[in-house]
Design a protein around this ligand. Structure first.
Ligand SMILES: Cc1ncc(COP(=O)(O)O)c(C=O)c1O
Length: 349
């Protein structure tokens, strides 16, 4: 690991020693013909965990989302997403470029849509309009500051979609963080949706991989979509072995990351030059506005790195810090001190 306090992302997590051992010893076969026993085991465990009939191992969350959307709709069909959705903003427009789908964007605040706005966004039948097919939800919501969609609001979104004959796909890259923060089983969310994508490679610490889960028929089609996207892997059991440990051992510790993020928020919430956004912090992300530093966030990010704190800069006036397994309470306190010292240096300028 680096000498910096690594708050760039939960994707920076390294596989645990047990994952590395399991990877070395994994029994493998050709997964394209569904003959890799370790992948088959991971898929069975994942399906059971989220209460679906079947699951599919995919290399990335982006591919899991795209393969799912390709099954739900075809050229011209409309997919409803909130304005900050990762699928809409951060996946290169793959839903349009590769799947031919049309996005319909619903305004959202901190990752949460007003149910009335969602209802209003679903088009009625008209020869001039694209056909609405799918609602995509994201939980936790990355651009919404790691926001959790409360279970009752989540159910409300899904029931609006159903009442208008739309399917629902959940971009649950961090759905285990959402469940931990909401204090519910993950199935409280996943049973409401037709398909879910979740990442093994973020806070759960696997080096590679995501899962898609849904009905048996859905997963059979998603498997075809994965293949045309170039995601048919061969002896993938080598990486699936780490995914099994991610699912079996790493979900219960996510609350620790949330506690650390809340502590960090507490330490910096009164600083003059950094405004804490998306309050209250609910999961593993802390966003600060750098506007009052008088410098752009890229400069702030570089200067913080010189002081030993590694953050990401998702916007011109925005820095993001994400807690993860490698960040201790002591690191968080140090990170707080670095931000305090930085704020003092700004006030002296
Ligand atoms: C909410 C969300 N969905 C999907 C993804 C895509 O995952 P991947 O980086 O594995 O493609 C990410 C990645 O950060 C994410 O935050």
């Amino acid at each position: 690991m680096s000498d910096y306090i690594m708050l760039r992302s939960d994707t920076e997590t390294q596989p645990t020693p047990e994952m590395r051992r399991a990877m070395a010893e994994a029994e493998v076969g050709d997964d394209v013909s569904q003959r890799d026993p370790t992948v088959l085991r991971l898929e069975a465990i994942a399906a059971e965990r989220v209460g679906k009939e079947a699951a599919l191992f995919v290399p990335t969350g982006t591919m899991g989302n795209l393969a799912s959307l390709m099954v739900h709709g075809g050229r011209g069909d409309e997919v409803i997403l909130d304005e900050g959705a990762h699928i809409y903003i951060n996946e290169q427009g793959g839903m349009c470029a590769l799947a031919g789908l049309t996005p319909k964007i619903v305004p959202a605040k901190n990752g949460l849509m007003d149910p009335a706005a969602l209802e209003a966004a679903i088009r009625t039948d008209n020869i001039h309009y694209p056909v609405p097919k799918l609602l995509c939800l994201e939980n936790t919501h990355n651009a919404g500051g790691g926001r959790v969609i409360p279970p009752d609001l989540f159910r409300r979104y899904c029931s609006i979609a159903r009442s208008r004959n739309l399917a629902v796909h959940l971009d649950g890259a961090r759905i285990f963080n959402a469940a931990a923060a909401a204090g519910v089983e993950v199935t409280e969310y996943t049973r409401e949706v037709d398909s879910v994508q979740f990442c093994l490679s973020k806070g759960l610490s696997a080096p590679v991989g995501s899962m898609v889960a849904g009905s048996r028929e859905f997963i059979a089609q998603a498997r075809r979509a994965r293949k045309v996207l170039g995601g048919g892997m061969r002896q993938a059991g080598v990486i699936a072995a780490a995914g099994i440990i991610a699912l079996e051992q790493m979900t219960d510790r996510l609350k620790e990351d949330h506690d650390h993020a809340k502590l960090l928020a507490e330490l910096v919430k009164d600083l003059d030059c950094f405004e804490l956004l998306y309050r209250p912090v609910e999961t593993n992300m802390v966003f600060l506005s750098t506007e009052k530093t008088g410098r752009d966030a890229y400069t702030v990010g570089r200067e913080l790195l010189e002081q030993g704190l590694d953050v990401t800069v998702p916007g011109k006036q925005l820095i993001r810090m994400v807690t993860n397994r490698h960040v201790t309470e002591e690191d968080i306190r140090k990170a707080g001190s670095i931000l305090h010292a930085y704020a003092e240096s700004v006030s002296r300028r």
